[in-house]
Design a protein around this ligand. Sequence first.
Ligand code: G1P
Length: 296
Amino acid sequence: MMIPKVRKAVFPAAGLGTRFLPATKAQPKEMLPLVDKPLIQYGVEEAIHSGIQNIIVVTGRGKSSIEDHFDVSFELEQLLESKGKSELLSMVRAISDMIDISYVRQKEALGLGHAVHRAKELVGNEPFAAILSDDVISSETPCVRQLLDVYEYYGASVLALMEVPKEQISAYGVVDAEQVGDNGVGNRLFRIRNMVEKPRPADAPSNLAIIGRYILTPEIFHCVESIEPGSGGEIQLTDALKYMLRNRPIYGLKFEGTRYDAGDKLGFLKATVEFALNRHDLGESFRAYLKNLCIQ
Ligand code: G1P
């Protein structure tokens, strides 16, 4: 059987960003900068570095700065050119040259499953990646690439998994899964048996949470159409995946790398500090500054 190639990545970006108010009142959370790059650009670069060329962003009201960010900025480019700021100019150009991006609107924030479903026409009948840009992952091999390696072997949907402490488990989709042996990725590969969105700690089937990277086969669209609203009254992607389990296998990979929950204020601060420390242009002076702060 020929396993179709994953060519497209969907970025749900229509959420209201309530965890980050007031910063997100008039600005999409996807545009919050980690050091100097908006969150969504980290995700887009991860997709590109994983070999995915075609980006689809699901936006909503008040999200036009995302489109502007990836578009050409004539005025800015002209200004930088006239001032001879060639390094900044090429950085700004690189963003719009990066890739072709399509946009589709989600008129109401009805849930992650609903958001992904909005991309149905643009995705068509082929597998795709879904990337939640508030999960920022730093890793040697891009997380999406790690999932694609599993997908390209099994031809089935694959979810990114991470162990989380019990007291935080209710913030996630949680899986019940059995380890798949002898596959070249140590003991990090699982076959999913069941999953539940945002369980109470006592009801969580494991400590393995779904993180915002998915490879999805196109049956997911029919699955979203077949489910009722779930946790929080929303159409949940986890519920659609659970529905898919009825007649398709789904795999999960404990990916290698560090994940930051940049949609959360503390997670965002941690990511900012660590990304700044790793920057060749800022790291040294930022480290010296932090050392000088007499933190008790
Ligand atoms: C979403 C998903 C959840 C997943 C999480 C990862 O939840 O619904 O299954 O575990 O992303 O970040 P959200 O954070 O949007 O509430």
